[in-house]
Design a protein around this ligand. Structure first.
Ligand code: HGY
Ligand code: MN
Ligand code: MN
Length: 410
C-alpha cells in the first residue's frame, strides 16, 4: 500500500527554507562543519522535527538525531547530511534529510504506528570540506576511533576540537555518539550527482555499491629563489613539480578503467609572491575506485608517479594518506525493498553504483543499508546550479515512506 502523494509543496518549502541557510552572494550554499551556518541549519532542522513530534537531540558528534516512537527497540534509521562543500548546492545531502522528514510526515498522516522507532539523522560533516574529515559524524556513530583527527586545522588555523567546543561538544566525548547497537537498518536518499538517471529518463536509482575513496596530499619541497636572477636551468621549482603532477594524475586516471576517477581539488604554493620561485607546493588528490584491489593499486601507482615527478624536477616530496575508505556493497534485501517500493509507487528505476561517497558506507558494514538516488538536472552537483525537480523529490520521499513503513512494522 502506498502513502498518498502528499503535498509536494511542503517538501519544496523545506528545500527552499534550508537552502537559504548559508546561502552566499555567489549563489551557492556554504555550511561547513562546526560553523555558525551549519549550527543554524541544525537548529532549523531540529525545530522542524520537533514540530512533527519527534524527540530531537544533537549528539556528541554533532549529528541531529530525531526519533519517532518510544521504547528501546533498535531503530530504523533514515538520513543524510546538511553540511555542504564551499559554494555548493541546495540538494546534496539536504534532500536526503528533508525527504526522510517528509516520509515520516506522510506516514504519520497515513496513520502509521511504527512497531519499532524510526530515527531521522543529519550526519555532521559528511563533506569534510573544512578539516578534511569526511563522514565525520557517521564514523563517530559507527564507533570509529577518531582520535587521530584531534590535530586537524582548518584554513584559518582553527583546531577541530576548538571548533567543536564552540558547539559545546568536547572532542574527547566523541565515543558517546556511537549508536550502531540501537540501529536495525539504514536508508539514505541522495541526489545522483551524475547523469545516468536523467539520460535514461528514469525516476530513481537503487544503489548497488558505494565506491572506494582514497585521499592523498602530496607536498613538494624545492628552493625559493629570485624570479629574475635565477636562470631557468638552475631552479628547484616546487610549484612546477606540482603542476607536472596534476597533469600526470589526470593522464593516469584517464588511462584507467571507467570507474577510476582522480581529481586534484586544491593547490598550495609558498611563499606565494609574484617574484619568488615557489619553494613549497602541495596538492590534494581525490581518487575513486570500484574495488579494494584498485584502492591499493591506486596508492602504489600515485606514490610512484609523485616520486618520478619530484626526481625530474630536482625537488623532494612526501605523500600522506588523508583517508582511505574501501568500496562498500549495499544490502541485497534493502536493494530489493527499495526496488519493490519504487515500482509500487510507479517509479521507473535502474540499479547503479555510486561514484560519490556517502555516510551510508559506514552503516552498511554493520546493519542492512540501502540507498536511493533521484535525478540531478544535467548531473550537476557541488555547484550552485544543483537541482532536482519537485516531483522527483516527492516521489523519492514516498518511496522512502513505504520502505520505512515496512521496516518499522517488523
Ligand atoms: O566527495 C564525495 O563523494 C561526497 O560528496 N562527500
Ligand atoms: Mn557532496
Ligand atoms: Mn552528499
Amino acid at each position: 500500500m502506498n502513502v498518498p502523494d502528499g503535498d509536494a509543496a511542503r517538501l519544496w518549502s523545506d528545500v527552499e527554507a534550508l537552502g537559504c541557510i548559508g546561502a552566499g552572494a555567489d549563489g551557492g550554499v556554504t555550511r561547513l562543519a562546526w560553523t555558525p551556518a551549519l549550527r543554524e541549519a541544525s537548529a532549523w532542522l531540529a525545530r522542524r522535527c520537533e514540530s512533527l513530534g519527534l524527540a530531537t537531540t544533537l549528539d556528541a558528534a554533532g549529528n541531529v538525531v530525531a526519533v519517532w516512537g518510544e521504547g528501546e527497540a533498535p531503530r530504523v534509521t533514515v538520513g543524510s547530511h546538511i553540511d555542504t562543500v564551499r559554494c555548493g548546492g541546495r540538494f546534496d545531502g539536504a534532500l536526503g534529510v528533508l525527504c526522510g522528514l517528509e516520509a515520516i510526515a506522510l506516514l504519520r498522516e497515513d496513520g502509521h504506528l511504527p512497531r519499532r522507532p524510526i530515527a531521522l539523522v543529519a550526519w555532521m560533516d559528511e563533506e569534510g570540506s573544512r578539516f578534511a574529515t569526511p563522514t565525520f559524524g557517521s564514523r563517530a556513530f559507527a564507533g570509529h576511533d577518531l582520535a587521530e583527527l584531534s590535530d586537524r586545522l582548518d584554513a584559518d588555523g582553527v583546531a577541530l576540537p576548538d571548533a567543536m567546543a564552540a558547539w559545546e561538544r568536547p572532542f574527547d566525548a566523541l565515543a558517546d555518539a556511537a549508536g550502531l547497537e540501537r540501529t536495525t537498518a539504514y536508508l539514505e536518499l541522495h541526489v545522483e550527482q551524475g547523469r545516468i538517471l536523467e539520460r535514461a529518463d528514469l525516476d530513481a536509482g537503487v544503489v548497488t555499491a558505494i565506491c572506494g575513496l582514497l585521499g592523498l596530499r602530496v607536498r613538494f619541497h624545492g628552493r625559493a629563489d629570485h624570479a629574475g636572477a635565477t636562470p631557468m636551468d638552475d631552479r628547484r621549482d616546487a610549484l612546477l613539480a606540482a603542476a607536472r603532477a596534476i597533469v600526470a594524475v589526470e593522464a593516469w586516471a584517464s588511462a584507467g578503467p571507467p570507474e577510476l576517477r582522480a581529481t586534484v581539488g586544491t593547490v598550495e604554493a609558498r611563499p606565494g609572491s609574484f617574484n619568488v620561485i615557489p619553494g613549497e607546493a602541495a596538492i590534494s588528490i581525490d581518487v575513486r575506485v570500484a574495488s579494494d584491489a584498485d584502492l591499493a593499486r591506486a596508492e602504489a601507482e600515485l606514490r610512484a608517479l609523485a616520486a618520478a615527478v619530484a626526481a625530474a624536477g630536482g625537488v623532494e616530496h612526501e605523500v600522506a594518506v588523508v583517508h582511505a575508505l574501501a568500496p562498500v556493497p549495499m544490502d541485497a534485501t534493502m536493494t530489493d525493498l527499495l526496488e519493490r517500493t519504487a515500482a509500487a509507487a510507479g517509479a521507473a528505476t535502474t540499479r547503479l553504483p555510486s561514484g560519490a561517497g556517502h555516510d551510508a558506507m559506514h552503516l552498511a558494514p554493520h546493519v542492512p543499508t540501502g540507498m536511493l538516488f533521484v535525478p540531478s538536472r544535467d548531473g550537476i552537483s557541488h555547484n550552485p546550479r544543483e537541482h532536482t525537480d519537485p516531483a522527483a523529490c516527492q516521489l523519492g520521499a514516498r518511496v522512502l515512506a513505504d520502505a520505512l513503513r515496512e521496516l518499522s512494522a517488523a
